[in-house]
Design a protein around this ligand. Structure first.
Ligand SMILES: *Cc1c(COP(=O)(O)O)cnc(C)c1O
Length: 367
């Protein structure tokens, strides 16, 4: 039997140091206050401060944050929302949840991100919002999308689930949009087991977003006097997740830096290998490389070759329009097809060491 090589994973759960986390968790679990409370508000303040994001609202998933973001953008049943198919499914299943029509813009074949020209051509009288994803942690062209959204009076929503710590045009991702969402699901840059954050450009929208995450109720008003005017959801973060989050925030800066260091290494090391091309980084943006994106001739063969030397490499996502549920919204996406055909993600997170990087580059060179 062949000796099996332990595989270098494409994604990995990051947990804070055991002793710190366990004592913090023990305190909160036996505090008598495990639901939404001080730990959540502390997490919101700490997260907003660390990543330069105003009005961070903690919720129980990135999907919940997206749902609230679409509602806050005024998306109603029958409205069109320009979106991308090159993303994880929640970006678009959430659109169906609010009754919107997902209108798939094409992507730039060099970046995998929404092509602003394609988005512009799809704006109609029924367009309510543009939802842009910073795919794999590479910022999209939010500067142009912002101008387009403003000139048409529609909202811009940034799905930053892959892009914690990335910046675009001098600002954190999530700030250029009317709203931004982050995910703390297991395998993202940072996890709270499950959780998310919604950021809002307009502080005036915060009270309504807060009510929407908690049944439509206003926190702090006596339960016997409070009045629900529109139905909200059970989307709040709890103190236990927030305690994990607060511990994570102590170390996440260093983890994200490691992703960025590895990503920049690959950007340099791969640029002269025949048949392999790093995804393009839009000038003025700084990716946080949740995954590293390569564009390769013979992507299947490249995946196999990396697998042979113990490195997980894959496309990871399925373009959403290929799912049956999105069949009614399919359209020609030649840029996406070109990107997806050549796409290979390789590991570049905090667990990737110098020798792993060398191994990957060697394997690709020998290709
Ligand atoms: C993970 C993810 C989400 C949803 O986040 P959850 O916390 O899992 O609900 C949304 N969009 C993208 C692009 C994601 O990768």
């Amino acid at each position: 039997m062949a000796v099996s090589v332990p595989m270098l994973p494409l994604v990995k759960v990051a947990m804070p140091p055991r002793s710190n986390l366990m004592s913090a968790l023990e305190s909160v679990l036996y505090s008598g206050m495990i639901a939404e409370g001080e730990a959540v508000y502390e997490f919101e303040r700490n997260f907003g401060k660390l990543f330069n994001l105003p009005s961070a609202l903690a919720v129980n998933s990135g999907t919940a944050a997206l749902h609230i973001a679409f509602l806050m953008a005024g998306v109603k049943p029958g409205d069109e929302v320009i979106t991308t198919s090159m993303t994880a499914e929640p970006t678009n299943t959430t659109l169906l949840q609010v009754g919107a029509i997902p209108v798939f813009a094409d992507v730039d074949p060099e970046t995998g991100n929404m092509d602003p020209d394609s988005a512009l051509a799809l704006i109609t009288e029924r367009t309510r919002a543009i939802c842009v994803v910073h795919y794999a942690g590479y910022p999209a062209d939010t500067r142009r999308l912002r101008v387009m959204a403003d000139s048409h009076g529609i909202a811009l929503i940034e799905d930053c689930a892959h892009a914690l710590g990335a910046s675009a045009f001098g600002k954190a991702v999530g700030v250029i949009g009317d709203s931004g969402i982050f995910s703390f699901q297991a395998i993202k840059h940072m996890t709270t087991v499950d959780g998310g954050v919604l950021t809002l450009k307009s502080a005036e929208q915060v009270p309504e977003a807060r009510r929407t995450r908690w049944f439509g109720l206003t926190k702090g008003v006596a339960r016997t006097e409070v009045d629900i005017k529109s139905a909200g959801f059970k989307y709040n973060m709890n103190n236990v997740s927030a305690t994990i989050g607060n511990q994570q925030l102590l170390g996440v800066g260093a983890l994200v830096d490691k992703h960025i260091e590895n990503g920049r290494f690959f950007d340099k090391a791969l640029c002269d290998i025949p048949g392999v091309k790093p995804a393009k980084v839009i000038s003025g943006t700084n990716p946080s490389y949740w995954l590293y994106t390569m564009l390769c001739d013979g992507s299947d063969e490249v995946e196999r070759r990396l697998g042979d030397v113990g490195v997980s490499a894959s496309k990871l996502h399925r373009p959403n329009h290929l799912h049956s549920i999105f069949a009614p919204y399919r359209r020609d996406l030649p840029g996406l097809e070109k990107f997806y055909k050549r796409l290979v993600h390789i590991p570049c997170g905090w667990w990737v060491e110098e020798r792993d990087r060398e191994k990957i580059v060697d394997a690709l060179r020998r290709g």
